[in-house]
Design a protein. Sequence first.
Length: 364
Amino acid sequence: MELLSAACDSGRLSHAYLFHGPDGVGKETTALELARALNCSESGGESGCVCRACRMTANLSHPDIHLIFPAPRDIKADARAGIIASYIRDGYRDEDFGRKSAIVSVESVLSEVVGKANQRPYVGPWKAFIIADADRMTTEAANTLLKTLEEPPEMTVIILTTSRPTALPATVVSRCQRIPFSRLDAGTIEDILLSDPRLGFDAKRAKAAAILARGSAGRAVRTEKEGLEAELERVASIIQGRKIRDVRSLADEASALAFRLGRQEQQKILDLMLLWFRDVLVLSQWDEIGRPPEVLYARHRKVLEEQAHALDFATLGRLIEKLDEARQAIERYSNPTIVFTSVLLDMAVARKRAGITRGAGYAA
Ligand SMILES: [Zn+2]
């Protein structure tokens, strides 16, 4: 965000910005950070500042900083407060608040933006309006906003965020300076997870969640909330072939994965399988590292060590490659039954060839 802080410093701030990019990469967080830096009463506007203005921004109670977000028309006050709380708690959230019915209505644009933009700031100096998921504006709301974008009041900044910039009217987009946000690399996500103690990550979990998040810090937080441990157990059970006794039960297991899970879930399972074999790979190189390496599947260390001993390097490499291909196949909407049958079969064959008997054997 060097671009923004440079603009801030030199006073060359645009009246309107469009932050566009995938969900969960920090568009709203950055928008709030920009609004905070503008209104900070300390000269530098450093992040982590605890001046009154910054504290008010942090809990979204600053009278000149307005967050507008999609909500169902009939949303209750406590549900609205809950959504605001989630923006405060977790800036990288990519939750979906019933997106089908959630809209940014013309009423909220009128009362939250148009009405307030023309008033003097209460605390100031800047008035900031953040419209999250701006593509959810109704046509009427977008047209109403357009008037304010065309004649922006002094000392006002309007920031729209969206993961679907093409869903916004071109007239609105053309009035905004576009700032692209991209997927975060795993290292950056890890840093984000570890930097905020409220998220409650330790180093190892942060690493695992970051790898699984595929570019979205929001997804990383959600993965953790959804119980990483339970996911690991489920995948460990599949890999050890506990339910697989013959070709028939292998097919049953593949169908269960194909039919009971959504595409994202299926990719998550494959990601976690990859991490299992990465553990095996790390353990197989143990001698060269010289000290016992940490593994993600710590509860299954014995089995991992057995596999590290039994599976040769080439087989491990092939399995890892295969899982990566399977992930891409799911991404391309390939038939998940075929994908999972093939993955499970490869694992079973590898187990049988290596003479691994822990869990159920594969009696081909
Ligand atoms: Zn401050």
